[in-house]
Design a protein around this ligand. Structure first.
Ligand code: GLC
Length: 632
């Protein structure tokens, strides 16, 4: 209330007149979140002549979205307002897939829901599905129309119908929203005021002095000459992905309208693609600028007023100290994203698997800044992108390692080049100057399934996949299963036949769903059967373990054995200890370590892994890649 009276008269008038007839809940939300919306926008755009009209349009879009909410969606709004941890509970399990590669179309996805139900999925992230430019389009991350679905996949009505079906199944729908850029062919890209453009190279050159290259190999530099505009256009990613200029309030409002449109279609979670890049500042890497957090707070407030059931997930693959602010820290606490990818955990899992040692993972996780209250991680093993070996000198120094050498080792190992490597991945965007590279490859192929010469080696590869998933499932966060991992789908070389994909080897780990492999999922004698059963055990174990809840404590522990990772979780009076052997040999952990953390070794500790526990004198012996779950 106090804030309301402090408003400038014209803003106060806006507040007073923004109403949705007969909707008291809307009035309450407006009251609650109005300043969270107003303050960042007035700070960013208050002196811009374009702002008053943009602001009016924004308020109209918010009010009309709220007014158009169906009874069912209003119920969902209420439900999630009273259950703010709906994405954080132990029941939550995500699945990520491309619509076309999984089931052809959105209608096809509706037909495949029984498969997801059987797996135990409660959250479905469909990769970019809005209308994109013709290929190449970076897998849909070059949008031409935020108000339409890609015609080959279906229509907005199909999307709503899918969202309805998913709701009926207790599954939330997550959709990508590309915030930073549009396709060069998007109507917004006709308007120079929507873009960052430059007459000559002087400013681009000045920016490039501190700008990292996202795709140094295939799209070097961050600017592209446009004959149409006769200017250089800012293009952080590919030459056909044109960055938007968020210093223009019309850009903010246009994107807010796109967001609200997806809420109207019944989408539950928005994945905010490339969020760190929204604001540029000379002399910096043009990521994670403070204004980005102002923008995200304003987007969030707009959504909370209009459609509070909708959650935000940040795609920010940046260092921990830059990442945690996307979950809302400082003055933005509780006002930004609900979820963010735990990229560091993913990198550390693969690092531990290659080296067979867990010291770097344990010490780096211990040094992670805490997640702000109310927010949570997305934990994952693989996704559609490459793995960037984000191991910093500080991380490595804690365990007396050399970060550069370790990163090179990981790139070599997962390219299958390091002696003894089980992996069959590939280098992504190698940098010849440093010898470093990121890594592409499917989970199964990186874990050794593709190279396995015999059943014993295949069994080890399956165990590796399940070990990584076990940590991702226990760590604390909404765990994501990347389509195909549940069946061990290997790398797919078919992208090489497509001239629009051949230069981007991320397509090797974006295979089409193999439904014949899926049919083998109930046969325990098959790879598919073992992976499916292993993941099912993990999902059931999560469900039965309250200590898994995202808001619970997460404490990596030293196990006294550098090959065995330990993780303690605690929530609501319940506790969990997970131990994981990251080598192909049996490993022992002293029972003293187990007792010291307040746990007892029980006979059923190996149930989730599917193998019995082996006590040996004062030790517990973990089989190759075995993970044990102890409740306390
Ligand atoms: C995100 C996506 C990636 C895409 C990029 C540009 O990082 O995950 O696949 O290339 O944004 O949109």
């Amino acid at each position: 209330m106090q804030n309301r009276h402090a408003m400038r008269p014209e803003v106060r008038a806006d507040f007073e007149t923004t109403r949705v007839e007969g909707d008291d809940a809307f009035a309450v939300r407006l009251e609650r979140f109005f300043t969270e919306l107003r303050d960042p926008l007035f700070a960013l755009y208050g002196n811009d002549a374009r702002f008053p009209a943009a602001w009016e349009r924004l308020l109209e879009a918010i009010a009309s979205t709220a007014a158009g909410r169906s009874r069912e969606l209003r119920m969902l709004d209420h439900e999630r307002e009273v259950t703010p941890d709906w994405l954080q509970r132990e029941q939550a399990v995500g699945y990520v897939t491309y619509v076309d590669r999984f089931a052809g179309t959105l209608t096809g996805v509706r037909e495949r829901l029984p498969y997801l139900r059987e797996l135990g999925v409660t959250y479905l992230h469909l990769m970019p599905l809005l209308a994109a430019r013709p290929a190449p389009n970076d897998g849909g991350y070059a949008v031409v129309d935020y108000g339409a679905v890609e015609p080959a996949l279906g229509t907005m009505d199909d999307l709503s119908a899918l969202a309805d079906d998913l709701r009926g199944e207790g599954m939330a729908l997550c959709v990508d929203l590309v915030l930073n850029h549009v396709a060069a062919e998007h109507p917004w890209a006709r308007d120079p005021a929507f873009l960052r453009t430059f007459e000559d190279r002087s400013e681009p050159d000045a920016y490039e002095r501190t700008l990292p290259d996202v795709f140094p190999d295939t799209a070097p530099g961050s600017f592209t000459w446009s004959d149409e505009h006769e200017r250089w256009v800012w293009t952080t990613f590919n030459a056909y992905q044109w960055d938007l200029d968020y210093t223009n309030p019309d850009v903010f409002v246009a994107m807010a309208e796109a967001m609200l449109g997806l809420a109207r279609a019944g989408v539950d979670v928005l994945r905010l693609d490339a969020a760190p890049f929204l604001w540029k500042r000379l002399g910096t890497n043009c990521q994670n600028q403070p204004e980005v957090h102002e923008l995200l707070q304003a987007f969030r407030a707009a959504m909370r007023i209009a459609a509070p059931a909708v959650a935000f997930k940040a795609e920010a693959i940046v260092a921990p100290q830059d990442l945690v602010p996307y979950l809302g820290t400082g003055k933005h606490e509780g006002k930004e994203c609900d979820l963010a990818y735990h990229n560091v955990l993913m990198v550390l899992l693969w690092s531990a698997l290659a080296s067979g040692r867990v010291g770097l993972m344990t010490s780096t996780l211990l040094a992670m800044p805490p997640v702000p209250p109310g927010a949570g991680w997305l934990t994952y093993v693989r996704c559609h992108d490459d793995i960037g070996w984000a191991i910093t000198p500080e991380d490595a120094a804690r365990v007396h390692e050399d970060a550069y050498l370790h990163r090179r080792f990981l790139a070599d190992w997962y390219a299958g080049e390091f002696p003894g490597s089980f992996a069959r991945g590939a280098r992504f965007q190698p940098d010849p100057r440093t010898g470093e590279a990121r890594t592409s490859g499917s989970c199964a192929s990186l874990a050794g399934l593709e190279s396995a010469p015999d059943a014993v080696a295949a069994e080890l590869a399956i165990r590796r996949v399940l070990l990584l998933y076990a940590i991702a499932f226990a760590h604390g966060g909404l765990p994501l299963i990347y389509m195909g991992d549940e069946l061990g789908l290997p790398n797919d070389a078919s992208y090489l036949q497509d001239p629009h994909k051949a230069d981007d080897n991320r397509w090797m780990h974006r295979p089409a769903m193999d439904w014949s492999a899926a049919e083998r999922r109930h046969d325990p004698g098959t790879v598919e059967g073992q992976l499916w059963a292993g993941l099912r055990r993990l999902i059931e174990a999560r469900r039965a373990t309250r200590a898994i809840h995202v808001q619970g404590a997460v404490e990596p522990i030293w196990t006294g054995n550098d090959h065995v990772f330990g993780l303690c979780r605690a929530q609501a009076g319940e506790r969990l200890l997970v131990l994981g052997n990251f080598t192909a040999e049996p490993q022992a952990v002293g029972l003293g370590v187990v007792h010291e953390h307040g746990f007892e070794l029980t006979e059923d500790a190996g149930t989730v892994d599917g193998r019995p526990v082996e006590p040996y004198h004062d030790f517990v012996v973990l089989a190759p890649y075995q993970h044990l779950w102890l409740s306390g």
